[in-house]
Design a protein around this ligand. Structure first.
Ligand code: SF4
Ligand code: SF4
Length: 238
């Protein structure tokens, strides 16, 4: 398949499944048959992933991207052999970096959960076409990735403002919003992948979804206080 289809998720899944190294072979740059030039996308995605690996204490040499054409069999064999040799030198994934298995698992899970946020935050850069190798190294910096992770937002629904219109819960891609008709909606923080869809979707006249950065998320409103009693219903009550 096209290297442009490679997602951060695929790479992290391979590592989570115990691979010691991931090798991606893409078509030569500027030789793509399509206007999309997906191999440029693969390049920025891999550069980003390598920096993220560094950020969580993993050796970025475990991930390699090389460009070649379908007639480059000898080149492919040589690169694959070289990469295998390198991965053997590096040793077992995580263990060689001094990270124990449980810590490694939780780090990979935490990053995987943030993929939608990372891709949105870095969308413009991920779409760049890097024309020369000199640009590769400094394209994503360690400081930038540090900042990216320190600024991870949380989303919270203000119970005073929620009108239970259900738009956010219908649009949430991971069903992280609890709600229903006449029920104040609540975000389940453990399920939320920080995509920001609810923030964008909540009608401005309600403005109930808050984006929170650098401070704790208020506790959810208790279950028994979530029912909204509409004014018309109040009048009908005996
Ligand atoms: S940010 Fe909102 S829409 Fe996105 S996953 Fe979290 S709760 Fe769902
Ligand atoms: S879109 Fe806004 S007002 Fe509607 S249910 Fe969600 S948080 Fe409440």
């Amino acid at each position: 398949m096209c290297s442009g289809r490679i997602d951060l998720k695929f790479i992290l899944r391979a590592f989570s499944n115990g691979m010691d190294g991931v090798f991606i072979g893409g078509c030569r740059l500027n030789e793509c048959n399509y206007v999309t030039h997906g191999n440029y996308h693969a390049l920025t995605m891999v550069l980003l992933c390598r920096r993220i690996m560094e950020h969580i204490g993993l050796n970025p040499e475990r991930l390699r991207l090389e460009f070649m054409s379908s007639s480059d069999g000898i080149r492919f064999a040589a690169l694959a052999s070289d990469f295998s040799k390198k991965v053997k030198e590096l040793g077992p994934f995580g263990k060689s970096e001094g990270i124990d298995a449980d810590e490694l698992k939780s780090k990979l899970e935490a990053v995987t959960k943030l993929i939608p946020y990372i891709k949105m935050a870095k969308r413009e850069k991920l779409e760049s076409r890097l024309e020369n190798k000199e640009e590769y190294d400094g394209f994503f910096t360690n400081d930038e990735i540090e900042k990216l992770f320190s600024e991870v937002p949380s989303y919270y629904i203000d119970p005073e403002k929620c009108q239970a219109c259900m738009i956010c819960s219908r649009r949430c891609p991971v069903e992280a919003i609890e709600g229903g008709k006449n029920r104040i909606h609540v975000i389940e923080q453990d399920k939320c992948i920080k995509c920001g869809t609810c923030f964008e979707a909540c009608p401005p006249r309600f403005g109930a979804v808050k984006k929170i950065s650098g401070e704790p998320v208020p506790p959810p409103i208790p279950e028994q206080e979530r029912t909204i009693v509409r004014k018309s219903k109040k009048k009908e009550a005996p």
